[in-house]
Ligand binder design. Structure first.
Ligand code: ADP
Length: 471
């Protein structure tokens, strides 16, 4: 067992062990205090009451007489050992009726000899038995003449405390085991989903992009699994798109190349004698070369904006000039293809700070799409709307339109519709990027079968030049 699980179990275990040990200690202390407190208290009460009684009623007796008197009067039920000691600590008499030469110098006796009542819980120096002893001074005519000592064996008390402490320790061990098992289960619940995520990530790292992580709980790791799956889906989608892109780009490149090669060979074998055929061949070659250049430029732009190198060289100009340029460029095509082409330009200048080539590229691209997807008899229109701060240029067509399910993806890189006329799928993605670089907005609205409108919104240049003002 390694990693997070081991750390969790060890940390949980250590914390719990510490808590259980502290609680056990407190419990032991409480039981010990209770047992010994009660025993000591009753012993102190009994011995002090009895000593007071003796000092009061046998005050005038000498020590030996006192001792006898004491033994005669000590209660029959008294369980403690009662001893009478002289001032040197020597036992004069004990409740067993013996006179021993034993000298007791335990702290309780020393205390009773010096200051007053003495209490001692500890080992008896002779028997090594643990005892609780209480000693009180005995007085003769107001003078201390000896000590009255009560003692009981503490062994049964220790045994009782030990037994209870053992029960406590047993419960503690059960709690620790239970907590250990619980921490194992919790660790498994935490680590399980992470392991599942790691499994999926490892599979993805080896190239299996279809790997997905199972979301097990509705928590942070669950959210991570969702995010991971979303990322995996995006990567798969991108992979798919890239593959589609490569195959469509290869196809796009091959078509003009085949036609160029075909015409090249035809012209060579014909020996350039038929002038008309030669011209036709050269025209096709030139047109197809243009197509190739266009495609390669798109690819270059795309790779530039992928690496963030797409830079603008902006200048202040009248947007109407650019629209006018593309109107001229597409006028002939509109005639050829039998499409009505309208351009509505505002009467006053539309000052913008833009890169003219990039701006033209946008409108050429949008119009090229509009022409591609509009049939003979349809119409295409460019119009401008300005307000205080912005200008909107709308490129609308009455072409085939875009399916609602495709519309949100239309400006994604490599996305292209089902139509045979679709190209590399990069055009709109590049347009959108260029508009954004100009600080503008790009949007497409469309109704399938009715037509499409692409809106390019750009910020107007700040103040008008004197020249513009005079217009
Ligand atoms: P493409 O090189 O394929 O034209 P674009 O990025 O310019 O790439 O366009 C992406 C797709 O959006 C096209 O393949 C086409 O399906 C759809 N589309 C773009 N403009 C129009 C339009 N004016 N009318 C209908 N469909 C359009």
């Amino acid at each position: 067992m390694r990693g997070i699980r081991a750390r969790l179990v060890i940390h949980f275990g250590l914390i719990l062990l510490l808590i259980v040990l502290v609680l056990e200690g407190l419990f032991y202390w409480a039981v010990h205090t209770y047992y010994f407190g009660t025993a000591t208290e009753t012993l102190v009460t009994r011995s002090t009451t009895f000593t007071n009684f003796i000092n009061k009623y046998a005050d005038s007796y000498h020590l030996r007489d006192k001792a006898r008197y004491i033994l005669e009067n000590v209660s029959k039920e008294e369980t403690a050992k009662v001893e009478v000691l002289d001032l040197t600590g020597k036992v004069i008499l004990n409740s067993y009726g013996f006179q021993t030469a034993e000298v007791i110098e335990t702290p309780d006796v020393l205390n009773a000899l010096q200051t007053g009542m003495g209490l001692y819980v500890g080992k008896s120096p002779y028997t090594r038995e643990r005892v609780v002893a209480v000693s009180n001074p005995l007085v003769y005519m107001g003078e201390q003449v000896g000590v009255l000592r009560y003692s009981i064996s503490a062994e049964p008390l220790y045994a009782a405390v030990y037994r209870i402490a053992m029960y406590g320790a047993g419960v503690g061990v059960i709690v620790v085991l239970f907590a250990f098992t619980l921490s194992l289960i919790i660790a498994k619940r935490i680590v399980g989903p992470i392991q599942e995520l790691t499994r999926a990530a490892t599979q993805m790292a080896t190239g299996n992009f279809s790997a997905r992580a199972k979301k097990q709980f509705n928590d942070e790791v669950g959210t991570l699994a969702e995010a991971f799956n979303y990322m995996a889906a995006e990567i798969s989608k991108n992979e798919q798109m890239k593959n589609n892109f490569i195959s469509s780009v290869s196809h796009e490149l091959r078509t003009p190349l085949t036609s160029i090669k075909g015409w090249g060979e035809t012209l060579i074998s014909g020996g350039l004698e038929d002038k008309e055929e030669t011209m036709l061949g050269l025209e096709v070659i030139s047109k197809e070369t243009d197509r190739l250049i266009g495609l390669v430029e798109e690819l270059l732009d795309f790779s530039k904006f992928q690496s963030g190198e797409l830079k603008l060289s902006t200048e202040r100009l009248d947007l109407r000039d650019i629209v006018e340029d593309v109107r001229i460029q597409f006028g002939l095509r509109a005639q050829d293809e039998g499409i009505d082409f309208f351009v509505h330009i505002p009467p006053s200048p539309v000052p913008v700070q833009v890169d003219p080539n990039r701006m033209k590229q946008i409108f050429v691209n949008l119009l090229d799409n509009a022409f591609k997807f509009t049939l003979r008899g349809g119409s295409i229109q460019i119009s401008c709307q300005t307000d205080e701060t912005h200008v909107k240029v709308l490129v609308s067509d009455t072409g085939e339109g875009i399916a609602p399910k495709d519309l949100p993806h239309i400006t994604e890189r490599f996305f292209k519709g089902q139509s045979k006329r679709s190209g590399s799928g990069l055009g709109l993605a590049i347009c959108k990027e260029i508009v954004h670089l100009h600080g503008g907005q790009f949007s497409v609205s469309s109704t399938l079968g009715k037509g499409t409108t692409v809106t390019v919104e750009l910020p107007l240049a700040q103040s008008l030049t004197p020249e513009e003002k005079s217009v």
